[in-house]
Ligand binder design. Structure first.
Ligand code: CAA
Length: 389
């Protein structure tokens, strides 16, 4: 039996800040962002958007095509959870009118947890081939204003359906793992913005890649030369370039700069415009690769490196199924990025500061998002969501 991803859908926040705006406000050359870290824009949520509205937006596209019948598990992966106890997935389950016979749970391990969700989903389907698992990865990446992480912020969600005999991508069984108890990036319960040791986090990411790749190979994983494309966790797209350079070196692959870039370039295009989306980022990268790579990838193997600070990481592979292009929502996803409302630096900054101001109190949000679902506010400490009429 083959198991993997049958469908995958994308959503992001409905506002966008061009990093030129940020560079101008900081009085620096935008080349540091456009070229140095490889980011051109960041998605910025309206006050009535969050991980639930973005996750529902992505998942609704899957439900519209396949129906909710038979989805007995919903796994919601996030770093930016909105409740310490209740899964954000239960809110999505309610918004989408899914049936009662469904287990719903939230998973956390920084940016890695969507890959944990994928692996758990594969296990559920391996046990019973009639099972379908809906995985949602959704995050709003936030750092404190005026810190080195600020230009890498962003927001996006990806939803995907894991089934037997998958139509899009068969996930292969061999994986390589690497876990290390470190503090490269973390977020204490009392903070709405992440803490990070920037330079150390880059070194930790690259060290984890070597560890996970080493285990992958030692367990009988494919040789580097048998992998056509690579898809990395992308805190900023230049990180994936650095990672692929490192992997080529470790694997002894003698490719020039252009050849190395050709193996990852298409996977970077969407993340360059959303900014970091933590758990969703590697799967935004997968969508970007499938939608924007000019080559026919049917039958080709993709290598994935998923990294979650703290840190847990995994290297695994998937093989693209014939006919995959017909399942993609390429034009829609491009429009989702193009149609975001461009905002000025002053509005971005005011919205960033407003997040902490409302913590713990009751409030209503103004109806601003043009998206299908909205966060209406908090009443008696309960978050309220609604479908936009
Ligand atoms: N034109 C072109 N390039 C320029 C430039 C210009 N005008 N000015 C600077 N650059 C280049 C620099 O040379 C540098 O390139 P290299 O990395 O290739 O040397 C690049 O732009 C960045 O410049 P700095 O290193 O000076 O930037 P910084 O120190 O201000 O910030 C950072 C970089 C530490 C990565 C910061 O963005 C950060 O803290 N990010 C958040 C942490 C992060 O994303 N870590 C990644 C690993 S952890 C992870 O993956 C989990 C997660 O999601 C967070």
């Amino acid at each position: 039996m083959t198991i993997g991803i049958s469908d995958i859908a994308f959503a992001t926040a409905y506002q966008v800040l061009d990093l030129q705006q940020l560079a101008d406000a900081q009085g620096i050359d935008v080349g540091k962002y456009y070229i140095g870290i490889g980011q051109s824009e960041m998605s910025v949520p309206f006050p009535d958007e969050d991980i639930v509205t973005m996750g529902a937006d992505a998942a609704a596209q899957i439900i519209a095509r396949h129906g909710a019948d038979g989805i007995r598990t919903l796994l919601f992966a996030t770093e930016s959870g909105i409740d310490q106890s209740k899964s954000a997935g239960v809110f999505v389950h309610g918004l989408l009118g899914m049936g009662e016979r469904c287990r719903v749970v939230e998973l956390k391990q920084a940016c890695y947890s969507a890959t944990a969700a994928l692996q758990f989903a594969l296990g559920i389907v391996a046990r019973d081939a009639s099972e379908k698992v809906l995985v949602i990865a959704s995050d709003v990446a936030r750092y404190a204003l005026d810190t080195s992480g600020e230009p890498t912020q962003g927001a996006a969600a990806v939803a995907f359906l894991v089934t037997a005999d998958p139509a899009l991508l068969e996930i292969e069984p061999v994986t390589g793992l690497h876990t290390d108890d470190i503090h490269d990036f973390w977020r204490p319960n009392y903070l709405s913005t992440a803490l990070v040791d920037g330079k150390y986090s880059l070194a930790a990411y690259l060290g984890a890649l070597e560890g996970a790749w080493g285990e992958y190979r030692s367990r009988g994983g494919a040789a580097f030369a048998d992998i056509a494309r690579f898809c990395y966790h992308q805190p900023f797209t230049k990180m994936a370039v650095k990672a692929h350079d490192r992997l080529c070196k470790v694997a002894g692959a003698e490719l020039d700069k252009e050849q190395r870039l050709a193996q990852i370039a298409a996977s970077l295009q969407m993340n360059r415009r959303t900014g970091n989306s933590y758990t969703a980022s590697i799967y935004v990268g997968l969508l970007s690769l499938l939608e924007r790579d000019e080559a026919d990838l049917a039958g080709e193997r993709i290598g994935f490196f998923s990294y979650g600070s703290g840190s847990v990481s995994e290297f695994f592979t998937g093989v693209v199924r014939p006919g995959y292009r017909e399942l993609l929502r390429t034009a829609r996803d491009a429009a989702t990025l193009d149609d975001r409302v461009a905002i000025a630096h002053a509005r971005y900054r005011a919205l960033h500061e407003a997040v902490d101001a409302v913590q713990g109190s009751d409030y209503e949000t103004a109806a601003e998002t043009p998206g299908p679902y909205r966060f209406a506010g908090v009443v008696d400490h309960v978050r309220r969501y609604e479908t936009r009429g």
